[in-house]
Design a binder for this molecule. Structure first.
Ligand code: SF4
Length: 222
């Protein structure tokens, strides 16, 4: 009988080429690999379609699709990409192949095993997400200077919570800190007030509009 294969496999919701929509990389052509599954349930989650389903694909298959799409920037997202063991060999293989690699993570999975060549965009969950208790503060130890922190804010209370968190952990002294107003489809009713709060803050914050939402709304694959 043949031995069972230990080759990495991934459960993938979608792979597509679009524009990077948030972070300091916003506007750049980017290939997205959206891995399936997430243990959290943020109330404003815009990728609930990635909670389940997906298709099982080999590492080689995913790498070939990324190569076919051709963008030099690749983002691994979800769902929560770090919940899949196959994330780690995939990230390393993409880096070995010369891609600039980003990972978007909800911040509840330890970051200590992420390849140091990967740029981490790490959520800190504000109270309005309903997931504040899942923030893993140990992860702050694993942030490198190129890594970015993102707070999705639903209201003024979230913004003040984020500001206080940034100040307490001096996050704006070593990282890009993104303040991302919640979107509802192509609209963000709170974007204008959040822009003014960021403008007037004593912390070094960056307004983070999700440009893919402005362009295309909540369409999967965009
Ligand atoms: S961590 Fe991300 S994918 Fe998971 S529920 Fe929150 S927003 Fe959705």
């Amino acid at each position: 009988m043949a031995a069972a294969s230990s080759a990495p496999v991934l459960v993938v919701t979608e792979i597509f080429r679009s524009l990077q929509g948030e972070s300091s990389f916003a506007g750049l052509p980017c290939t997205f690999v959206r891995l399936t599954g997430c243990a959290l349930r943020c109330v404003w989650c815009d990728s609930a379609y990635a909670f389940s389903g997906g298709s099982t694909r080999t590492l080689e298959d995913v790498l070939a699709e990324v190569a076919r799409l051709g963008a030099p920037l690749v983002e691994l997202t979800g769902g929560e990409p770090l919940e899949q063991e196959g994330f780690y060999p995939l990230a390393a293989a993409l880096c070995d192949s010369g891609y600039a690699v980003l990972v978007e993570t909800g911040g509840h999975v330890p970051l200590d095993r992420v390849d140091p060549r990967v740029i981490k965009i790490v959520d800190i969950k504000c109270p309005g997400s309903g997931m504040e208790s899942r923030n893993d503060l140990e992860n702050l130890k694993f942030l490198g200077s190129r890594d970015e922190i993102k707070f999705v804010v639903a209201d003024r209370q979230d913004f003040e919570w984020a500001e206080a968190f940034v100040e307490k952990h001096a996050l704006d002294e070593g990282h890009v800190v993104l303040i991302s107003p919640v979107f509802e489809g192509r609209e963000s009713p709170i974007a204008a007030p959040v822009a003014e709060w960021v403008r007037d803050s004593k912390r070094r914050l960056r307004l983070n509009l999700q440009i893919h939402k402005l362009l295309w709304g909540d369409v999967p694959g965009k």
